[in-house]
Design a protein around this ligand. Structure first.
Ligand code: NAG
Ligand code: NAG
Ligand code: NAG
Ligand code: NAG
Ligand code: NAG
Ligand code: NAG
Ligand code: CA
Ligand code: CA
Ligand code: ZN
Length: 613
């Protein structure tokens, strides 16, 4: 039975000495994916088993639950009845923990309970669509008749004080006075342990644990390490609009790009939206009041029906902006925007470039409305991102929650630092820009185009190159904030090189460039396919990987104040440098398809490709 197999996949933890492997009731092949081994102190190793929860999804229409016929929908009742019927268990073993609704779904979070006591590592979550049908169900419940028969006494035989002493000693820290609880922990032999759950911290090392001490034997049977893992409730960077739904991401950092994670500069560790690459805050530029987390759990649920300035929504905004800027840091880092390439970091770990210039992200900045901006001073001074509120809807919407806007701004920092070698300028979504190597109208326009193209790149999910729209969430308009979607269809987007004849505004010019890059992207993906891991692995071979290499490589090749012609030539050269010219004809064909062919000049179209293409 499917449900029974969950037992074998649940989280279990045991303190064991060294790596003395005990016989495990799950296949050896699973060991690598469900075990995590952590050395707490020399010789003391905690082996933790991560659950592989079951997960089912039920499409656009969803499925019924036993109370579907009722006129009134109650999230808790519907959830309990659904799980009860799905898992064939008693209602009183289903502990409703919390629920909330987004614009598109209603979410319930449940903990299994036995004899009224929650099982710490047995949880479930159910989502309903707005028609109150079940659309997904995840579960790591462990109830079975045999485990229920083996439930230990629910009266602890050792005191909480003794449990604290044991935990303090095992974990080299002090109890932090957070109220202890009594919970069950499901163990790998299918039995349960009754535990005292206490928090232990060490101010010197920054360690912060939740320890589960067996309330009958006194042994440490499970551990949650708040510090080692960071979780963020965010809109994953591949999602284009908020309506696609927030997710909890755990440890999304790429160690190849951020070796000490996102909350450490190698010296100071934080549990807030402040770290080596970025600091996200609301307030004056001098008042970097960041979002604090519980441990490193940045779980702040945005309420779409409340003003963005409510506390929960500010917290959600700081968390999302921090996540996006760090993710863009990590992506661009592995493609070449490194310390030596003039990136934004406080500590450069001795790898060159000037440090002390992490991005400062001011969310809901009071300086503006319906926009966002990014100031790029030279290497060694922080890039300054300012995200504004948008007042086109009621309640207002927050640009920090629209990933493509945050990425657009962040990319100004990349194009400005990489073109001309570490110099900078100011860029925004809709206003005029000034700066050093992207100063001219045409270069500044391409600056806007690169920013849109990078935002688009992050949001591609597969080899299907769909049209791309920027800013549809903040405007609550499916057309977004540009004149046309970026598209391979010349009907959907007719912009060509010659369109520049009639354009002077940088964002208008940027659209022409971003649409050309969209076509280049489509051409490369058409030839090379799509790499799912391109965000973290620049050695993959998909067209999306090739595109981002050329995108960043061309920055450092192109001259100060590039034109469409010289920027195109930089791409062709970047391909020659990295791929031996493998994509020569693909690139020329795509540029030429929008008028930037071999004989294009002075904003006159040409569709010629080199001989042999
Ligand atoms: C915290 O950790 C340090 C370094 O390991 C250790 O010296 C100290 O005793 C610990 N503090 C407590 C309260 O155990
Ligand atoms: C800070 O965090 C880093 C990376 O997570 C870790 O290696 C280091 O031990 C931590 N330092 C302190 C003082 O806790
Ligand atoms: C600094 O931030 C805190 C918390 O967001 C806020 O209460 C305070 O008013 C801010 N101060 C300034 C000068 O902006
Ligand atoms: C967004 O637009 C839709 C349709 O135009 C409208 O029904 C909805 O109220 C708008 N949302 C907000 C928050 O303004
Ligand atoms: C590919 O991604 C697009 C969105 O970019 C999505 O609409 C489509 O369903 C995806 N196709 C597959 C096969 O996953
Ligand atoms: C520029 O605008 C004029 C006047 O609207 C129009 O006739 C012409 O076709 C435009 N040129 C291009 C290349 O779009
Ligand atoms: Ca968007
Ligand atoms: Ca730097
Ligand atoms: Zn811009």
């Amino acid at each position: 039975m499917k449900f029974w197999s969950n037992i074998l996949r649940s989280i279990f933890l045991a303190v064991v000495l060294a790596t003395s492997a005990t016989a495990s009731p799950f296949p050896a092949s699973l060991r690598h994916t469900i075990l995590q081994v952590r050395e707490i102190s020399p010789g003391v190793v905690v082996e933790s088993f991560h659950p592989e929860s079951s997960f089912e999804t039920f499409g656009v229409n969803g499925i019924d639950h036993p109370l579907s016929a009722r006129d009134e929908f109650d999230l808790k009742d519907a959830t309990v009845s659904f799980i009860q019927s799905r898992l064939n268990i008693d209602a009183d073993s289903i502990g409703f923990r919390t629920g909330f609704s987004s614009d598109v779904a209603q979410h319930a979070f449940i903990r299994q309970q036995i004899n009224g006591i929650p099982v710490a590592n047995a949880v479930a979550n159910v989502a309903f669509n707005m028609a109150n049908k079940v659309v997904s169900f995840g579960s790591s419940f462990v109830t079975t008749p045999s485990t229920v028969a083996n439930v230990p006494s629910t009266s602890p035989s050792i005191s909480v004080e003794d449990a604290i002493t044991n935990a303090e000693s095992a974990l080299s820290g002090k109890f932090n006075e957070h109220p202890p609880t009594v919970e069950f922990v499901a163990k790998k032999d299918g039995s349960l342990a009754l535990t005292h759950v206490v928090q232990i911290q060490n101010d010197t090392t920054g360690a912060w644990f939740e320890a589960f001490v067996d309330a009958h034997s006194g042994a440490l049977v499970q551990l949650t390490d708040f510090v080692a893992k960071a979780s963020y409730l965010v809109l994953p960077i591949t999602k284009e609009t908020l309506l696609e739904g927030f997710e909890v991401l755990t440890d999304p950092q790429n160690p190849a790009a951020s070796p000490d994670g996102w909350h450490s500069d190698g010296t100071t560790n934080t549990t807030s939206t402040a770290g080596n690459n970025a600091v996200a805050f609301k307030g004056a530029q001098t008042n970097t009041t960041t979002e604090s987390s519980v441990g490193l759990n940045f779980i702040f649920t945005q309420d779409p029906n409340a003003a963005p300035t409510t506390q929960a929504n500010i917290d959600a905004a700081r968390t999302n902006a921090f996540y996006i800027v760090n993710t863009v840091h990590d992506i661009s880092y592995v493609y070449g925007f490194t310390e030596a390439g003039f990136n934004f970091q406080n500590n450069n770990f001795g790898k060159g470039g000037a440090g002390n210039d992490r991005v400062t992200i001011s969310v809901q900045d009071s300086a503006g409305i319906d926009n966002a901006d990014f100031a790029t001073p030279p290497d060694g001074q922080s890039g300054r991102m300012r995200m504004f509120l948008w007042d086109l809807t009621n309640p207002e919407r927050d640009g920090a929650l629209e990933n493509d806007i945050v990425t657009h701004e962040n990319t100004h920092g990349i194009s400005n630092r990489m073109t001309g070698g570490g110099t900078g300028r100011h860029g925004d979504l809709n206003m005029l820009n000034i700066g050093s190597c992207l100063q001219t109208n045409e270069a500044g326009g391409m600056g806007e185009g690169w920013s849109d193209a990078m935002a688009e790149w992050t949001e591609h999910k597969n080899a299907t190159v769909v049209d791309f729209v920027l800013g549809q969430y903040v405007t609550n308009d499916s057309a977004g904030i540009r004149s046309h979607p970026y598209s391979t269809s010349a009907t959907t987007n007719p912009l060509r090189y010659s369109s520049l004849q009639n354009l002077t505004e940088v964002h208008d010019i940027g659209e022409v460039w971003a649409n050309m890059l969209h076509n280049v992207y489509a051409g490369l993906v058409g030839v090379h396919g799509f790499s799912d891991t391109a965000h973290t692995d620049p050695t993959t071979t998909g067209g999306n990987t090739v595109f981002l290499h050329l995108f960043l490589d061309a920055f450092t090749l192109q001259p100060c104040n590039p034109t469409f012609l010289t920027a195109r030539d930089a791409w062709i050269q970047a391909d020659a440098n990295r791929f031996g010219g493998e994509n020569f004809c693909t690139l020329w064909t795509e540029f030429a398809s929008r008028g930037l062919g071999v004989n294009a000049a002075a904003h006159q179209d040409d569709s010629t490709v080199p001989a042999g293409c």
